[in-house]
Design a protein around this ligand. Structure first.
Ligand SMILES: [Zn+2]
Length: 125
């Protein structure tokens, strides 16, 4: 059963506090994970600044991003596009908390659905 679910992308931007999400809210069902002792899944994405041969550290010089881009073939009349999932994540890092496998699946399916929708819009002439 396919659900029609929409997410306002980007879900993280330069207005977001560092080390997102400080609220630990599931982006699908809005469950606050701080208030629950049940399962939790975390998508951790980030970069560290290499400061020496054996040391890397968190740095406020970094901004993280996550996009899915479409690049049409050379002979295509379609336009390329991208979906900004995360932009300008402070310190180059972000976490996304999911309360369940089902919410995590919905999140990723929604991203793919958004890419597909953008591509289909680009085919309308
Ligand atoms: Zn959830």
């Amino acid at each position: 059963m396919k659900k029609n679910f929409e997410i306002a992308f980007p879900i993280i931007s330069k207005e977001t506090k560092p080390f997102y999400p400080s609220e630990n809210i599931c982006p699908i069902c809005n469950t606050d994970r701080r208030l629950s002792s049940s399962e939790l899944y975390v998508l951790n994405v980030g970069a560290l600044e290499k400061v020496s041969k054996n040391t890397s550290m968190m740095s406020d010089k970094l901004e993280g991003f996550c996009h899915i881009s479409y690049h049409p073939g050379e002979d295509s009349e379609e336009n390329g596009f991208k979906v900004d999932i995360v932009e300008a994540a402070k310190c180059g890092q972000f976490d996304i908390y999911f309360c369940s496998i089902n919410c995590m699946r919905t999140f990723f399916n929604t991203i793919v659905d958004t890419v597909e929708k953008k591509q289909n819009e680009g085919k309308i002439k």
